[in-house]
Design a protein around this ligand. Sequence first.
Ligand SMILES: [Zn+2]
Length: 450
Amino acid sequence: MTVSLKLYNTLTRQVEEFKPLNPPHVGMYTCGPTVHDFAHIGNLRTFIFEDLLQKVLEAEGYKVVRVMNLTDIEDKIIKKAKEKGVSLEEFTTPYELAFFEDLRKLNIKYADIYPKATEHIGGMVKYIEVLVKKGLAYVAEDGSVYFDISKFPEYGKLSQLDKREVKAGARVKADEYSKEDVQDFALWKSVDPGEVGYDSPWGRGRPGWHIECSVMSQQYLGETFDIHGGAVDLIFPHHENEIAQSEGKTGKQFSMFFVEGEHLLVNGQKMAKSLKNYFTLRDIEAKGFEPLALRYLALTAHYRDKLNFTWKSLQAAQNALNNLREEVRDWDQSKIGCAEYERRFFNAVDNDLNVPQALAILWELVKSDYPTSAKAESLLKFDKILGLKLDEYLGKPLEVPEEVQKLVDQREKVRKNKDFQKSDELRDEIKKMGYEMEDTPTGPKVKKVL
Ligand SMILES: [Zn+2]
């Protein structure tokens, strides 16, 4: 395979050639879930994009070490756990398990390390101490510690903030805030007696959200690593703050690449619980769709384009996935693939992950006149990246239940006798059982439908 991956880098706003610091190793950090709820399909789209990136890197021969944090302490978690009257751990554990279950169902490869914020408090305190000592952070009267953005002249370089927007001296303690609030942000938040907190040189408190990612990424990947990923809404303030903390501390570049995936919209709108357009994988499964249909849908849009989710688009993705499986059921496999298609496929994914184009090339291959054995070899290579689990279908004819097969045989008989009304009735009955018939020159072909 040629190593020629090009990736868009938010730091430079350009598509650049990707070259790791220590080939063949690639250090990759992606911001993980805040485990206060089930992941919504927008989060899942981001996780699928990051998985595609990892799989493309691995297809190029790189050895990826991937770290993804689990935010198990932050404002919302503390509030919700308190409302429920349970400990943080009791509150977050079910959502943490659900997160891993979602990844498994979407065929997303697990990261190598999932550090938890609550298990790295000591490291965060030490890190903040260095920032205070360097004069980049200050202790407020209530014992909270803030990062002084005026002491880091490069603040805003990732999100390309206009410096005039920066409010000197203003500060924010909340974990999440809007783009309008360009202020000193909390590294350590003092807490009232009785609230969840840890001892520190500044009194009882807890870490802010942003410091987590600087500490845990650098602990496992070093002071400078190759790729930092996440969703676009993390560019500001989260990733910007991570850069300020990390580069302020080390004086070295934090991550060589920042790669952020675009949002998912539902019916053209931003997802929100208040709009009742907020869905999780559970909602999708409850409607009878497979999780892999969501993965397929995610493949149809470039990661830097918004993806519009509708139930109709999900149905189209499920149908396309079903059709693809049916295409490959009677294929056998050889050692020789279709070189031309492979070249085009890998050119597409290497070009800033042009996965929608790669998916179109896969379909071209499927419909081409090459021997199925050669197509099979290439298809499986493609699916190592796309992750649609086609190996479970390739060369494995559909097992049609006996009662369905009986109806199919019966229909063949009445059709031959030109009893078309009865034939149509039987076709409807078969459909109700979840199967569809296609009349081919070699006889009826049965397909599974959703
Ligand atoms: Zn993060």
